[in-house]
Write a protein that binds this ligand. Structure first.
Ligand code: FAD
Length: 286
């Protein structure tokens, strides 16, 4: 199927894009890498009157160091993240996880801002950002807001973003040498959406401190397993009782069912991926 007719604008500045987005004249939708939006339009699941193409806005394409954070512009593509020395040095969890996001052709076009704005419950990026305690900066013509990843993702394809706002950038705390990270996903084929996956950040291991355990593709959005974190924080990694307690808490998460797995299977897979990711938490800085 082909997309329905739409108007098209391709502004060169962020300000021009925000002015267009705030206009009441026409209902417009931002276009980033188009890897999700174009198929949705072709299937008539999205029918925007106007596409607002962000691809020529240089102000949204940057990766920079800002004190204890790395700032990433919304239009940075997955492939660019994977090639970035700053990302390799400061955000090791991205390096572990990004090769699992789709296939190379999609990573060449898909953007971090597009994934954040879409909030697909099966996507890796929302879980990574929650595990990293990242923040998301959103802008409109008249305001700028900084929202924690914990508060940004509200449900399936639902975020705290308002219709006149764009995702501007993502701010991720830099890793330090004591920090540990883990990532594990189960998919039918490498590059497919995961059946279940988990991203983990910890300020230390032996004992675990400040664990953030975040699942994706099991619930209506990336979900933190706070009770599992509580069961493990302060415990050593070889404490099998603590691990058993943490695994038990996973049965209380709100699992959904999809075409590939029942909610009971998702619960089982969550236990598997958490154990595997915890067993190989790796060092922060390579
Ligand atoms: C075959 C296939 C396999 C895939 N597998 C995976 C996978 O395993 N894991 C995964 O995470 N993803 C996967 N994807 C999705 C892919 O990662 C998308 O690229 C991503 O979800 C959206 O990024 P995009 O830049 O293409 O956004 P687009 O498709 O351009 O936009 C997505 C949505 O975000 C909005 N938007 C975009 N940018 C902004 C912004 N700056 N501010 C506000 N709103 C904005 C758009 O209006 C739209 O609603 C797959 C896609 C395909 C086609």
């Amino acid at each position: 199927m082909k997309a329905p007719d739409f108007q098209y604008q391709c502004p060169r500045t962020l300000n021009d894009a925000l002015v267009q987005l705030s206009s009441d004249d026409v209902e417009c939708q931002p276009l980033a890498g188009g890897q999700s939006l174009m198929p949705m339009m072709n299937l008539r699941l999205a029918q925007p009157e106007m596409l607002l193409d962000l691809n020529n806005i240089a102000e949204l394409s940057f990766i920079r160091e800002a004190g204890s954070h790395i700032e990433i512009g919304a239009m940075v593509r997955y492939a660019t993240l994977l090639e970035s020395k700053l990302i390799h040095h400061h955000i090791p969890l991205f390096v572990q996880a990004l090769p699992h996001i789709a296939h190379a052709a999609i990573r060449n076009r898909g953007t971090i801002g597009g994934s954040v704005a879409l909030a697909d419950p099966a996507a890796e990026m929302p879980a990574l950002l929650k595990a990293l305690d990242a923040t998301i900066e959103v802008v409109s013509k008249s305001s700028t807001r900084t929202i924690s990843a914990d508060d940004f993702f509200l449900g399936t394809y639902e975020t705290a973003l308002r219709s006149d706002e764009l995702v501007h950038s993502i701010k991720v705390p830099v890793a330090i040498s004591e920090h540990r990270y883990g990532f594990y996903e189960l998919a039918r084929r490498h590059g497919d959406y995961a059946l279940a996956g988990v991203a983990i950040g910890a300020h230390s291991v032996e004992p675990y401190t400040n664990l953030r355990i975040v699942f994706f593709s099991i619930s209506d959005c990336a979900v933190r397993a706070v009770e599992a974190e509580d069961a493990l924080n302060g415990k050593l990694s070889n404490d099998s009782t603590a691990l058993g307690n943490a695994l038990e808490t996973l049965s209380k998460l709100n699992y959904y069912e999809d075409a590939n797995a029942s909610s009971a299977t998702k619960n089982h897979l969550a236990r598997v991926v958490m154990q595997r990711a915890l067993s190989k938490l790796s060092t922060a800085v390579s």
